[in-house]
Design a protein around this ligand. Sequence first.
Ligand SMILES: NC(=O)c1ccc[n+]([C@@H]2O[C@H](COP(=O)([O-])OP(=O)(O)OC[C@H]3O[C@@H](n4cnc5c(N)ncnc54)[C@H](OP(=O)(O)O)[C@@H]3O)[C@@H](O)[C@H]2O)c1
Length: 288
Amino acid sequence: MPSYLVTGSKGQLGQCFHSIQSEFPQYQLLFAPQSEVDITQVQTLSNYFKKHPFEGIINCAAYTQVDQAETDTDAARKINSDGVRTLIKFADAKSLKLIHFSTDFVFDGTKKGEYLEDDQATPLSNYGQSKREGEVFLEKANCPSVNFRVSWLYSPFGKNFVKTIIKTCQSKTVLKVVDNQFGKPTNGIDLARAVLSCLKHPDLFKNKTYHFAQGPQTTWFDFARKITQLIGSNCKVEPISSLAYPTAAKRPPNSALNTQRIENTLSLNIRPWESALEECIKRIRENE
Ligand SMILES: NC(=O)c1ccc[n+]([C@@H]2O[C@H](COP(=O)([O-])OP(=O)(O)OC[C@H]3O[C@@H](n4cnc5c(N)ncnc54)[C@H](OP(=O)(O)O)[C@@H]3O)[C@@H](O)[C@H]2O)c1
C-alpha cells in the first residue's frame, strides 16, 4: 500500500488529513509531528524513512504566524524556505513525490480580478516572502512535486478565523471585521480530501502549482457575518476598514484565487464556501 509521510501533523492541515484518513484506505498516512520529523533537519527525515519507508511526502509543516514573521524573519525563512529546500533535496535523492502548500499571501493583491497560478508573485510581507521562496525551490525540483496554493484556511482544528469568531461572540456583543480585503475561504478538510483524491490522477504533476479555494469571493466581514448567522449568535458584526485595523504584516487587498486549472485538469468539483462553512461549524459544535 502506498505510504505518505505527513509532516507538521499536529498543525491545522495535518489534523485535517488525520480526520479523513479512513476515507482513503488505499493509502497509509504516516503522521509525524515536528518532534519526530523536523523539515529543517535532514537527519530526522532519513531516520524516519529508515524505520517507515514512504513513497511521498505531504508537507503540512510551516511557519504560519503572519504578523510575528515581520520581526521573526529568520524563523519564518528557516522553515518556509530552507526547510522546503531540505525536503526537496531529500525527495529528489529518493525520487519521492512531494505535495506542498502555499498561500495567497504571495500576491500583492493589486490585481483586478482573480489570481491565476502564473501571475506574478510579489509578496507584501515576510511571511509571504518566505513562502514564495519555498515555492521557487519547488518549481525547480526534479522529483514529482506539486504546490497547492490556498487562502483563508479554516477547519475544526488549530487556530483559525472561524474558531476565533465563534469564541469572540461568546464574550462580545459587537465585533468589528475588515470589509475591504477580498478573498476565498478554504475548508481544510475539503482541501485534504481533494489532495488525497488526486494523488493517483495521471495529470497531477503536469503542473507545479494549483490554486484551491472556495468561491465566490467574499470579505472577512461577510464571512464573519455568515459565521455568526450559522451559530445563531446575537453578536453584531460591523464593518471596519483595514486602515483602521493596522497589523504588523501587510495583507493583500484582493487575493481571490482562480481555481479553473485544478477543476479542469484534475476534474475536481469545488463546492462553494457557504456549504463548506456550514459543515465545519456543525463539526465544531459536535466537538464542543
Ligand atoms: N492558516 C491559513 O490561514 C493559511 C492560509 C493559506 C495557506 N496556508 C498554508 O497551509 C499550510 C498549513 O497551514 P496550517 O494552518 O496547518 O499551519 P499550522 O496550524 O501553523 O501548522 C503548521 C505545523 O508545522 C509544524 N512545524 C513548524 N516548523 C516545523 C518544522 N521545522 N518541521 C516540522 N514541522 C514544523 C508546526 O509544529 P508545532 O505545532 O510544533 O509548532 C505545526 O504543527 C501551510 O503551508 C500554510 O502556509 C495557511
